[in-house]
Design a protein around this ligand. Structure first.
Ligand code: PEP
Ligand code: MN
Length: 340
């Protein structure tokens, strides 16, 4: 970290900064310049909280050299991480992994039908929400623990691992018992207590980007999970809130290559929540593949017009099967091309 002082900062102010840095157990090295003095902060192991220093008299600017994430960064861990679940590998050098299923688990029959359709089309992982983070309290909130059981049964029946969202610590036991991957939804990306708790588990974590989270905040959220010892994190871009109203969110596809460069963790894309529009999902799914995603999360419902949640963005079973074929063809093409 570099603390840049105002042009007319006094020796006393510079000394006060040095004292404050040393009080944090770090070393401060003033670097006098032609116009102003800068103070280099040394001996820190990672990102330094600058909140007290920034406000001290004479400070013009604080420049960070270290990022608020270290364990997730490629600098620290140059080799790409591949997350494996039930024999399916997600990450560099692996074919894209497709997670699909309804937004919400609505009944035993609905989940089983969806599971058979996902499996028949060639999907790899089954999704379904039992605990639903709905904007309004009067909307369907999910079937809870019963839903988890229907998801597990359906996954077992067709031979697919399952992913589902956990919203709070109290749900962890039930979710861990019934799911192969735990999803932390966009609204909980900065639920730090929950992140710390899932960091103590062995289950892979699918961490969705918060709807207003910067890339740095997204990676810092993943850092919470890794900092507790769980390295099995899959990141998921699911669109961010912008001024544009034509789509539910704005799919920020450029984070895919950026994350692949900055982090060793796998990154997947959810074009369903990103667009909110059944028609846009297939084309954005293909665009995500071209951008280098390690996988996709796609909502599919046996009868989208009857869905209790997110029907408008859900693929029909036929639409999903068609998309899977196109993804396969595109994957074959991409494998023959060299984008480097
Ligand atoms: C979901 O996957 O069902 C979901 C609610 O997604 P997000 O957290 O991205 O809104
Ligand atoms: Mn949904």
């Amino acid at each position: 970290m570099l603390i840049v002082m105002h042009q007319h900062a006094t020796d006393e102010q510079i000394r006060a900064i040095k004292d404050a840095v040393e009080a944090m157990g770090l070393r401060a090295e003033p670097i006098p310049g032609g116009e102003r003095t800068a103070i280099g902060v040394l001996d820190n192991q990672g990102y330094v909280d600058d909140s007290t220093i920034r406000e001290l008299p004479g400070v013009r600017e604080v420049i960070h050299v270290s990022k608020p994430y270290k364990l997730v960064s490629r600098d620290f861990h140059p080799d790409s991480s591949v997350v494996e679940v039930a024999g399916i590998k997600i990450g560099d050098g692996q074919p894209p992994v497709i997670m699909a299923g309804p937004c919400s688990i609505e009944s035993e029959q609905q989940m089983l039908t969806a599971a058979r359709q996902v499996k028949a089309a060639g999907g790899h992982i089954l999704r379904g929400g039992a605990f639903k983070p709905r904007t309004g309290p009067h909307s369907f909130q999910g079937l809870g623990v019963d839903g988890l059981k229907f998801l597990r049964q359906a996954g077992d029946e067709v031979g697919l691992p399952v992913v589902t969202e956990v919203m709070r610590i109290g749900q962890l036991e039930d979710v861990c018992r019934n799911a192969d991957i735990l999803q932390i939804g966009a609204r909980n990306m900065q639920n730090f207590d929950l992140l710390k708790e899932v960091g103590k588990l062995d289950h892979p974590i699918l961490l969705k980007r918060g709807m207003s989270a910067t890339l740095e905040e997204f990676l810092a959220a993943a850092e919470y999970v890794l900092a507790e010892g769980n390295n099995r994190v899959i990141l998921c871009e699911r669109g961010i809130r912008t001024f544009e109203k034509a789509t539910r969110n704005t799919l920020d596809l450029s984070v895919v290559p950026l994350i692949r460069k900055m982090s060793h963790l796998p990154i997947i894309v959810d074009p369903s929540h990103a667009t909110g529009n059944r028609f846009l999902v297939p084309i954005m799914a293909k665009a995500a593949l071209v951008a280098g995603t390690h996988g996709l999360m796609i909502e599919m419902h046996p009868e989208p017009e009857k869905a209790l949640c997110d029907g408008a963005q859900s693929q029909t079973p036929d639409g999903f099967a068609k998309l899977m074929k196109q993804l396969q063809q595109l994957g074959d093409c991409l494998g023959k091309m060299n984008f480097d």
